[in-house]
Design a protein around this ligand. Sequence first.
Ligand code: PEP
Length: 254
Amino acid sequence: MLKKLFFNWKMNPASLSEASSLFTEFISLAQSQPQISLVVLPPYVYLSELNQQLQTFEATNLKLGAQDLARYSAGAYTGQISGQMLKNMGCQYVLIGHSETREAYQLSHEQINQKLLQSLESGLVPILCVGHQSDKTITEINYPELSEQVTTALQNLPPEFKTEFYLAYEPVWAIGTGKTATNPIIEEVSQFLKQELAKLGLAKQVGILYGGSVDDGSIQELVKLQQVDGFLIGGASLKPEKFKTIAQVVANQV
Ligand code: PEP
């Protein structure tokens, strides 16, 4: 599978002009590295403008996604953004259950499942984030918790569900901390996640991602991972010199 890089801008930057110039860097990256696939996940408020910017440059290996979506399709849900709205705004991907979102909204497994079903109904490719909340150390892996996160999120899928989707393994202690999981642990967890997906009959269309302090330094080791199809990148997605190095290192492996 083509290595894919997902860039989560989180709640950054502060203005549209900054968002637009940051996105220009992604457009030039996409043009210079046509062999890798890039997805930028900006805050909702910049999507429309960035989508227009994207149309002008026609970089086909660069797509837009959102950082979350509502659990419902429409109606009296103040402050929420539906999957259909995102799709109409030019989004093709959506993050679901990022640990920061789970924590901020105290999302239950059922609510994550509702968001996932909404993404499919709207034609958005979901990037389901899973990661153990309870583990305190780099070597402990809470397999029952990971299994529960995967199986509860993927309940009640439409029988014809055959589209592409991504499962991002993001150990909570690695997000924004500068600490990454080791390659043997990521390979072991990825293998486990694939087995869980196979039990649900979903092994074929899934891409496994790793996220958690992927930057221009850690990518040198992480790029050697065999079981992983791409990376979810937070902090480094705001720094052109860092995300360009990440992309270059990944492109050299393709
Ligand atoms: C993330 O936001 O999903 C993430 C992995 O952040 P960071 O790369 O900053 O750890």
